[in-house]
Design a binder for this molecule. Structure first.
Ligand code: NAD
Length: 346
């Protein structure tokens, strides 16, 4: 893709949806997982910092920057669990990918859909290394915006077709079932979280509530289970009972951020954890036995968004999936910015 100096490709929500369908949802999730894994393998290269969070009584707004030295990316994302009551999403996002060499943005993109896709791909990568090899059934507790993406990624990457669902709002579960109809899943709606986890080898918790919730209590998690805990991602916002954490081997994205935001905030600051990149790079074991309880304490890290923006950039063809944004001033003489303004006088 050639780019004139003042024009920045902008991928709107509409374009993102067209891009996803042009590739196919499952292929997108699998290929995106490859990009995320590739960047986890290059972990040492990246600038890493816990995301910068602005908290309020109703939610949080966060900035997530990172760079591999050649490209720079950041995402703006919010988390407002009560938003759905006023017709808004709990999570919305947009992001930028830039050229480190000259600082110019290479693209600006919607990232609400892209976040759901990258979160699902990351969860599936973690499960590939951590879930029991014979896993066939997953419980999904919380059936909101993220949930179908999680189901699609787990099927695409691990072949999981059997789902057991629970949400405190039955309308959310019905929406999930409608959306997944005809896609070959075997779906059991359940009356409680306790019922949903029966017979599941993987438990995904993806609820939204701005408090320390107990979506899973200790008695609900048996030996050998893999937990994909996605919804606890903010200080004071967790999903698992403390005792589950003590029985689990815990895997995280970036430890300093997860200690602030993840289930890990319930434990001592020196509680041992393994970073996912270490497992992917073969520097630490993933699942080490059939009785082990593995917990992916997902909060979402900047490199995953960077990988997602990289993937999108590599799939923008001939202007079909973006529009050109007049974002950057481009005077004929680079130092004559004021002259450009003068010539535009009406
Ligand atoms: P959403 O509001 O669309 O859906 C959340 C669902 O959880 C709702 O249907 C709600 O009824 C249900 N729920 C709330 N409390 C529950 C409970 N006690 N038991 C069962 N169900 C319950 O939100 P979403 O966009 O799907 O996001 C879900 C969560 O995932 C949020 O907390 C969000 O911050 C988090 N998230 C994490 C990552 C990550 O990378 N880890 C990425 C995106 C979103």
């Amino acid at each position: 893709m050639t780019q004139s100096l003042n024009i920045v490709p902008f991928i709107s929500v509409d374009h993102m949806m067209k891009l996803v369908w042009s590739i196919g949802v499952e292929r997108f999730l699998v290929e995106l997982a490859d990009y995320i894994e590739d960047d986890f393998r290059r972990w040492e290269l990246f600038d890493k910092t816990p995301r910068v969070a602005a908290h309020s009584p109703t939610g949080v707004i966060e900035l997530m920057p990172t760079s591999d030295g050649a490209l720079y990316g950041f995402k703006y994302v919010n988390g407002h669990p009560k938003n759905t009551a006023t017709g808004r999403q709990t999570v919305t996002a947009f992001g930028v990918l830039s050229d480190v060499g000259n600082g110019y943005p290479l693209l600006i993109s919607e990232m609400t859909i892209l976040t759901a896709l990258r979160t699902a791909s990351t969860s599936a990568i973690a499960a590939k290394y951590l879930a029991p090899a014979n896993a066939q059934c997953m419980a999904i507790i919380g059936n909101g915006s993220q949930s179908e993406f999680q189901a699609m990624a787990f099927r695409a990457v691990l072949g999981i077709k059997s789902l057991r669902l629970f949400d405190i709002d039955p309308a959310a579960t019905q929406k999930f079932i409608r959306n997944m109809a005809g896609l070959g899943f075997d779906i059991a709606p359940c009356g409680s979280a306790e019922e949903a986890v029966q017979g599941a080898q993987i438990i995904t918790t993806v609820t939204a509530d701005k408090r320390a919730a107990t979506i899973l209590s200790d008695n609900m998690v048996g030996a050998g289970i893999h937990i994909n805990a996605v919804g606890g991602d903010c200080p004071g916002k967790t999903e698992l009972h403390h005792d589950i954490l003590l029985r689990s081997d815990i895997f995280v994205e970036y430890t300093p951020q997860t200690r602030i935001e993840g289930e890990l905030q319930q434990l001592a600051p020196d509680h041992p954890v393994t970073e996912l990149w270490q497992v992917i790079a073969g520097e630490a074991p993933g699942r080490s036995g059939p009785a082990q309880i593995t917990l992916f304490d997902s909060v979402g890290f900047a490199t995953e968004d960077f990988s997602a923006l990289r993937y999108v950039r590599d799939h923008l063809d001939n202007g079909e999936f973006y529009q050109e944004l007049d974002l950057l001033a481009d005077p004929n003489d680079p130092r004559d910015l004021f002259g450009m303004l003068l010539r535009a006088k009406v």
